[in-house]
Design a protein around this ligand. Structure first.
Ligand code: CDP
Length: 748
């Protein structure tokens, strides 16, 4: 499998701007290693299958970051020592000399737009700069698009400040809050949280009375949540500047931070305000927004393209990984950008298999959003001597997290993105080429600490044809969750909300219709009781609606539905098997958990059996070809959802978890609850044997991964659409046509 040398095209080189920190030695080394990359002498790899893919080998386990559980607990000396050791590193960050500028801008103005390369120190230092300012009497929130970044940043900032993270002590100054995990306490002054969590807090407390400052980080990613947060904050700051709200008198400072953002449009967005445009007022508005640019630290990165386009990124990546591993000196870790969990797990297994028995160790570490937290954190841990880390990541690692030690980047040039099809009213995940700006971000990850190399698994022509920027999510996704959030926060006229990029009217109308179908809105467009309940869950409105339905006395199957939703919230519970032989083996082993009603009840039984397993859950998973990693995540989500349902009084603490497979009546109640949320994802059998959706008239086929694959039933409800050549329904259950007709008619 090792690449013939000619397969990797060696030019052209793209050197990106070098600002300071230019290391002659590093460049020389880089040059030397480039010359050696011709893989003539790369030895043949032996293929062994002994090591399990999910190996933990080689990682030094670090204890969890200390939390203060007692209210008077003193900070231990080793934390203070660590803090002192980190100070010189902080001082060397490009942002350090800008501290005074940042502080004085916020003294003058309420809004600051701050740009700077990834790694320049924005996320870790800005909150610390602000925390000591006289106006900062309350907490500072810093939003992150991803959980992994929120948690690792909180940990890093706690270390830098020499304080506990979370916990009850007033000395615990740093905390985080992410979906299904909260580590904050009464002493928390700096709180990292995901965008979704901040939005949830905004629903409970529209004036954000708990905070003195909100830092919106990673704005360039332009998630829908960031766009909503910016709209709400713009309104809130304007309201305050116009004389304040009865509920909030002290100032709220807003810092908007980004690696690549278009500063002009952000400034214009915040400036572009109240209607009267007298020059006096304009002058006042102009002063409201400061901008600051931090020049990043970047070493040269040599970039190599493929001579011919390839479809098999996994194989191409594998070749390059081993070439690098043989030829390049240590230390120097490799970061590979892939599209998703399947590709990552496939490559992880191959790397582990091929690396078996080599004298220098190669440690493959996956990184994707659905990975349990402790597994994500492994990428930050140090590796033993003579070991090279290969991090296999989705675009999570593009800008959100800094992985120390990376010198080599391999970029497949694609990512999975959500795409909403207005005409069909369906959202699907599609593998699409990334934008040039994303490719440049990925490439930049190789040059943070020394000169690096970037291998693009596409041609230079391919690079030139990529879009310049990634389209903001709000212009391409299902807006029902965003609109529900807005409605729940009291925005009645959603069409006139201040959007940084206004979504097409058609998409907004589709989303309103979807919310009406779910009964989340009343006929007059205001939020209903059902809608208010759904908005409290960190789930899509569809899944939230399923939960609310299952909690009704006539359905009474909430615990079962929580199990199913938990399993649907991770990417793949069942291992994806490549060879026919293994597939057959798995079919046989899973027979006892498969349910003929379909995938939802199969997932339920899987979760129940796993939860009941007393002896060894890992062994149980291996036996049934189930991903142990995914199941650990499922159990965590399940626990959190149960707690949330108890808090919302949908469950009572003594409701019993049933362990037996559901009776026919309960199965019906479960599927009818699923149906209530997934009305748009229903299809009926046509005389020619195909399935056609009831809303939208789209032909779909049952995905081969479904237990219903190849079966004909009168109607189906399914979890998602996947488009690969044709439209597939994935996560499918058989339902009765009259149940479907009943729900569809009730909303028409
Ligand atoms: O926000 P920005 O990308 O500008 O930088 P940052 O996240 O504040 O990171 C600044 C530096 O802190 C990085 O270059 C890393 O060396 C270090 N850091 C770390 O070691 N561990 C983390 N979890 C986060 C940052």
């Amino acid at each position: 499998i090792v690449a013939a040398p000619a397969e990797i095209h060696k030019e052209p080189v793209i050197d990106i701007a070098v600002t300071g920190y230019h290391s002659h030695e590093a460049e020389e080394r880089s040059k030397r290693s480039q010359d050696q990359t011709s893989a003539k002498s790369v030895p043949k790899l032996r293929h062994r299958k002994t090591r399990p893919a999910d190996t933990n080998a080689g990682v030094i386990k670090q204890p969890d970051y200390p939390r203060a559980n007692k209210s008077r607990e003193a900070v231990p000396p080793h934390l203070l020592k660590k803090r002192d050791a980190l100070l010189p590193i902080r001082k060397s960050l490009p942002i350090w000399p800008q501290a005074d500028t940042i502080k004085s801008s916020l003294k003058k103005n309420n809004i600051l737009v701050l740009t700077g390369e990834t790694g320049s120190g924005k996320s870790t230092q800005v909150p610390q700069f602000l925390a000591s300012e006289p106006w900062c009497t309350k907490c500072i929130a810093i939003t992150q698009p991803r959980r992994v970044a929120a948690i690792s940043l909180a940990r890093r900032v706690a270390e830098e400040m020499g304080t506990f993270m979370g916990g009850q002590s007033p000395a615990a100054k740093v905390g985080y809050s992410v979906r299904f995990d909260n580590a904050t306490g009464p002493g928390t002054k700096i709180k990292f949280l995901t965008e979704g969590m901040l939005l949830q807090e905004m629903l409970r407390d529209p004036v954000m009375s708990q905070y003195s400052a909100i830092v919106v980080d990673e704005v360039h990613e332009r998630s829908v949540n960031v766009d909503l947060i910016l709209g709400f904050l713009k309104n809130l700051v304007e309201q305050m500047e116009n004389g304040g709200s009865s509920k909030r008198k002290d100032p709220l400072k807003v810092v908007v931070m980004s690696a690549t953002a278009d500063v002009e449009s952000l400034v214009k967005f915040f400036e572009d305000s109240r209607a009267p445009s007298s020059s006096a007022l304009n002058a006042q508005i102009e002063r409201r927004i400061s901008t600051c640019f931090v020049e990043g630290r970047q070493y040269p990165v040599k970039t190599t393209y493929l001579p011919e386009p390839t479809q098999d990124w996994v194989e191409s990546a594998l070749k390059i990984i081993f070439q690098l591993h043989y030829k390049e000196p240590l230390p120097g870790d490799v970061l590979v950008f892939l599209t998703g969990q399947d590709a990552i797990e496939g490559l992880e297994k191959l790397v582990n298999d091929y690396a078996e028995g080599m004298d220098k160790d190669l440690l493959a570490l996956p990184l994707f959003a659905a990975l349990p937290q402790h597994a994500q954190q492994r990428i930050f841990q140090s590796t033993p001597f003579r070991t090279r880390k290969v991090i296999l990541a989705t675009n999570i690692a593009e800008t959100s997290v800094t992985v120390p030690g990376v010198r080599y980047v391999i970029d497949c040039g694609k990512s999975k993105i959500k795409q909403f099809r207005n005409r069909l009213g369906l959202e699907s995940l599609l593998v699409k080429p990334i934008s040039r700006s994303a490719a440049i971000q990925r490439q930049g990850r190789a040059g943070r600490e020394a000169a690096g190399q970037c291998y693009r698994l596409y041609t230079e022509e391919g690079f030139k044809t990529m879009d310049e920027r990634t389209t903001p999510e709000i212009l391409r996704c299902d807006l029902s969750q965003a609109l529900l959030t807005m409605k729940a926060r009291g925005v009645h006229d959603v069409l006139n909300f201040p959007f940084l990029d206004r979504p097409p009217r058609e998409a907004l109308e589709k989303a309103l219709l979807q919310l009406l179908h779910l009964q989340a809105l009343s006929d007059d467009g205001s939020i209903s009781d059902v809608g208010l309940k759904i908005a409290k869950f960190p789930l899509t409105p569809t899944l939230g609606r399923v939960l609310v339905e299952a909690a009704k006395p006539e359905r009474d199957c909430l615990l079962d539905v929580i199990d199913i939703i938990s399993a649907l919230s991770v990417e793949n519970v069942f291992l994806n098997l490549v060879t026919e032989e293994r597939k057959e083996e798995a079919e046989e082993a899973r027979r006892e958990i498969y349910r003929r009603e379909g995938d939802h009840l199969t997932l339920l039984v899987t979760v129940q059996r796993y939860a009941e397993e007393q002896t060894d859950r890992k062994v149980w998973c291996e036996k049934h070809f189930v991903s142990h990693r995914a199941m650990q995540n499922v159990m965590n989500i399940r626990k959190q959802l149960q707690q949330q349902c108890t808090q919302l009084k949908l469950l009572s603490p003594d409701d019993d978890q049933s362990s037996s497979a559901p009776s026919e009546a309960r199965s019906q109640a479960i599927l009818q609850s699923v149906l209530r949320g997934f009305i748009s994802n229903t299809a009926r059998l046509m005389p020619d044997g195909s399935y056609k959706t009831l809303i939208g008239n789209q032909i779909v086929a049952i995905h081969p991964s479904s237990v219903l694959f190849g079966r004909k039933v009168e109607a189906i409800v399914f979890n998602e659409f996947v488009f690969t050549g044709k439209a597939w329904a994935r996560g499918v259950s058989a339902v009765q046509l009259d149940w479907v007709s009943e729900v569809v008619e009730s909303v028409m």
